[in-house]
Write a protein that binds this ligand. Structure first.
Ligand code: ADP
Ligand code: MG
Length: 365
């Protein structure tokens, strides 16, 4: 990658999940590509945030995939690196968006399915053309987490604290991370499902462990053309740790340390996205494990999408407010006067300002 070339911006999209209970009040509305929430500092105002793409509460998994992720697959098949991550507080829909359910699959199963369809198509069209040889593809995946600033392999048991390294060509890799070869959707699921469901069980037992770790699926695609030319692409699909500010929950000791470390990774990710989108010359990749891992897959010429998940219930007010500010960063927030006055949720002495705050973890006193 030419160092002087401009950064490819991180595309930031927002997804609002539907309200999950009929008894709770909501405070978020979507109008076109704008998200509107009540202004807790002035009840006669709404805060309006504008994005390139906003998925409202009725958006389907298929729509999120085809709009924000599917166009990236061709880039990976051409040897480029891509990363997709779900950001937002615990309960806002990150896992639903990335993984989903068997009855309503999310991005990961859709990526796997589309990837193998695209590979088959490429091979068939090469053979249908005047070439008697098709390109060959080798697909492998790894599954890992970053917990407390340590990288663990989720395809093997036990915590390993694997080191992140860089090879002579500046490719970033995790030393000793296991890889599984896959040739179709079913092979992937055979390896992935037990690892994913083990994690879910562990997460329930270990007191919201999942909300504190970044879960990372890495797909590597090697394409070999009949003339011997090789292209290598990487795709990261990441379910980030919850963006809520754990300091507010009064965590102590080890928990506080975990929270601090997670805040660090998310904080640095915010700085990295910001630096990339403002075309700054120095991107602080090395300041956290997560961003170090993503160094060759976000910014530079790589394509990245951040799906910002938000929840509409009143109890999510502060988290949604912080998440929208994090996602908006340098963009302008417009205050609009509402004709109807709705009481905002009660918040003790808010100190946050209406301007976009520097990072997500601004805390209430
Ligand atoms: P997170 O991973 O951010 O903590 P989840 O993905 O677990 O949040 O979502 C919290 C709850 O909301 C789950 O019960 C999930 O099924 C539900 N949910 C999230 N997004 C949607 C959606 N778009 N449509 C319907 N239910 C959703
Ligand atoms: Mg989750």
């Amino acid at each position: 990658m030419d160092k002087r070339s401009t950064q490819t911006k991180v595309k930031v999209v927002v997804r609002l999940r539907p309200c999950l209970s009929t008894s709770e009040k909501t405070f978020v509305s979507v109008v076109g590509n704008k998200v509107q929430i009540l202004n807790h500092r002035n009840i006669e105002e709404n805060l309006q945030y504008e994005f390139n793409t906003v998925f409202d509460e009725n958006s389907s998994q298929a729509e999120v995939f085809s709009t924000s992720v599917e166009p990236m697959l061709e880039k990976v098949l051409q040897g480029q690196n891509v990363s997709v991550f779900a950001y937002g507080p615990t309960g806002a829909g990150k896992t639903h968006t990335m993984l989903g359910m068997t009855s309503d699959p999310g991005i990961i199963p859709r990526v796997i399915q589309s990837l193998f369809e695209a590979i088959e198509e490429k091979q068939a069209s090469a053979l249908n053309g005047n070439s008697n040889q098709a390109p060959q593809f080798k697909v492998t995946f790894s599954y890992m987490e970053i917990y407390n600033e340590k990288v663990h392999d989720l395809l093997v048991s036990g915590h390993q604290d694997l080191p992140i390294r860089e090879d002579a060509s500046k490719n970033i890799f995790v030393a000793d991370l296991s890889e599984k070869s896959i040739d179709k959707y079913e092979t992937f699921m055979n390896h992935f499902e037990p690892a994913a469901s083990n994690r879910t069980v562990a997460a329930t037992k270990l007191n919201k462990y999942s909300s504190r770790s970044h879960t990372i699926l890495l797909l590597k695609i090697l394409r070999r053309e009949p003339d011997g030319k090789e292209m290598r692409g990487k795709l990261y699909l990441i379910d980030l740790a919850g963006s809520e500010d754990n300091r507010r929950t009064g965590n102590k000791g080890i928990r506080l340390k975990e929270s601090g470390a997670i805040n660090k990774s998310l904080f640095v990710l915010g700085e990295v996205v910001d630096a990339i989108n403002q075309n700054q010359p120095r991107i602080p990749y090395r300041n956290s494990k997560l961003t170090r891992l993503l160094q060759d897959s976000i910014g530079g010429g790589c394509h990245a999408v951040m799906i910002t998940n938000i929840a509409p219930e009143e109890r999510f007010y502060y988290d949604t407010y912080c998440t929208l500010n994090f996602a908006t960063k340098s963009k302008k927030i417009v205050n609009t006067i509402t004709t109807h006055v709705v009481r905002p949720p009660q918040i003790e002495k808010p100190t946050a300002t209406v301007r976009p705050i520097k990072r997500h973890s601004g805390s209430l006193p």
